[in-house]
Design a protein. Sequence first.
Length: 207
Amino acid sequence: MYTKTKHIFDSFVFMIVSAVLLIVAFLGYTYAWFSDSVEVNLTGDVPVVAVSVTPSASLTGSNGIYTFASQLQATPIATQPTISITSDSDINVYIRARITCNWSNLDASQDSVFDVITFNLADNWIASNNTNCSSSNDNTNIQAGWLYYKSGSTTQVAPDAIIQLLQSITLNDDMPASLKIQVYVEAVQANALGLTKFGTYPSNWIS
């Protein structure tokens, strides 16, 4: 009787141990299945999209903020202030720019900058109001917002290309105080994904 009872007890213990081992083995297999991963190594270069702004010697400042000294209308401007943009990207990009301006020393009695000065942009720009910028009077185009680069039918700017933004100004009156110009420039990769980053743009910019 004792032997039979012991045999049953040993069998029961063996069953329990076996069940525990089966559960542990199953959990270990399941954990390995859920945590397994495949490592993929890809080689290649990450494209660089960058631009820089270069003013002429007649403008002083940095980081896109520049000033031009006071000027009398009757005095010829010996060196016109110009602003150029360089693509420091290593892929073709779309570029847009924006110019804001005001007097460095604000005075309520002063006329608006756009009453005193006529800005002349380089020809290769499309304003937010769908106007092709020219070298005559671009005050309205600047106030419309972003300016989009387009040379002929080409909207893409190649790596290391230098494009002109501002080519001159014309004084309609004496400039009473230093003119402060702030230039914002954005560049995106020249494809459909880049266009989504610009959001809305002039209808006659992208053909």
